[in-house]
Design a protein around this ligand. Structure first.
Ligand code: NDP
Length: 339
């Protein structure tokens, strides 16, 4: 059973050598008498920015615990059931949820899995638009941003797993949407594939405040925050009265020993801005409603989804750290097996 393990806890930027591919000779099977386990083959693994936090040893508990050194890493993935003693699962079922970064996993908490009922869309989408990033975009945009038709919406890290969906939701709602991303290729995708009204490469903008004033001469009603740091500071200067900022993530800060300060927070007062953090995990009760909306959109081609597909478990470490250099174009996932 090939596995990706964390070799040492990370400070600063993660490196490929912080992880290691090992082969375990232990043959996984459901322990005798266990009535609540599934043995799975891992098909697709999801690379997600929050995993960076789990690579550091933290003394204070956060919403997910640190990885255990020397053990296979874990995260979201798409799995096929090989054996089950859990009443909800039988051999051959497909599911997505928490699994190991390895070829086969024994899952003793199958409540962390969701059975896949719609198999007529690419299965890999359950690491992205039909999985956690989809729920994030849906909850963050519709529940946290309180969007209205015609509003001015700005999305950072806009071509990524979450951002590309948020921008398309905002367009479907009749908003004016601008996205930023870190390369020409990504900016082209935003404009030509995802239908953003406009887009820019933030790396080519020495003055982010001036750039936002150019793209939003009347100001921003909704900021979907994925990045933090200097971008947030510039956005705060360009928000409209009663604007909303949905704080989904702050990826520019995850590898910093000393996170940057935010200087323009006081503009929240005079402009009566609502700034709200949220976690996808609090919104899974909306998952059926979300699928009901998004699946027809995908089938009708009204929402498209771009994935960055890495082949083989061995590509896991490079793919994961690539999120922090912007190497991924679209949702980063790793194919362990296709069936
Ligand atoms: P992406 O697919 O967008 O990949 C990460 C992207 O972030 C990179 O491709 C890169 O794009 C950009 N990036 C990396 N470093 C920086 C930096 N220093 N400054 C600016 N941009 C940077 O990831 P996701 O869509 O999965 O996640 C997007 C955000 O949403 C993250 O902050 C993540 O933590 C958060 N998130 C939050 C959830 C929640 O429940 N609250 C759930 C899921 C995600 P580029 O080339 O454009 O720079």
């Amino acid at each position: 059973n090939k596995q990706v393990i964390l070799k040492n806890y990370v400070s600063g930027f993660p490196k490929e050598s912080d992880m290691e591919i090992v082969t375990s000779s232990i043959r996984l099977k459901i322990p005798e008498g266990n009535k609540d386990a599934v043995l799975v083959k891992n098909l697709y693994l999801s690379c997600d920015p929050y995993m960076r936090g789990r690579m550091t040893k933290r003394d204070t508990p956060t919403f997910v615990p640190s990885f255990e050194l020397g053990k296979p890493m874990n995260g979201y993935g798409v799995v096929k059931v090989l054996d089950s003693t859990h009443p909800n699962y039988k051999k051959g079922d497909l599911a997505w949820g928490f699994t190991g970064w390895e070829e086969y996993s024994l899952i003793t908490s199958p409540q962390l899995l969701i059975k896949i009922e719609h198999t007529d869309l690419p299965l890999s989408y359950y690491t992205g638009i039909l999985g956690m990033p989809g729920v994030t975009a849906y909850a963050g945009f519709y529940e946290v941003c309180s969007p209205k038709k015609g509003e001015f919406v700005y999305v950072s890290a806009a071509s990524g797993a979450v951002g590309q969906i948020v921008g398309q939701f905002a367009k479907l709602m009749g908003c004016y949407v601008v996205g930023s991303a870190g390369s020409k290729e990504k900016v082209d995708l935003l404009k030509n594939k995802f239908g953003f009204d406009d887009a820019f490469n933030y790396k080519e903008e020495p003055d982010l405040d001036a750039a936002l004033k150019r793209y939003f001469p009347e100001g921003i009603d909704i900021y979907f925050e994925n990045v933090g740091g200097k971008m947030l500071d510039a956005v705060l200067l360009n928000m409209r009265i009663r604007g909303r900022i949905a704080v989904c993530g702050m990826i520019s800060q995850y590898n910093l020993e000393n996170p940057e300060g935010v200087h323009n927070l006081a503009s929240i007062i005079a402009k009566r801005i609502r700034m709200e953090g949220f976690l996808a995990g609090d919104f899974y009760h909306l998952y059926p409603k979300f699928l009901e909306m998004v699946i027809p959109y995908i089938k009708q081609g009204k929402i498209v989804y771009v994935e960055d597909v890495a082949e083989g478990l061995e590509s896991g470490p490079t793919s994961l750290i690539g999120l922090f250099t912007g190497r991924n174009v679209g949702k980063q996932l790793v194919v362990v097996a296709r069936e």
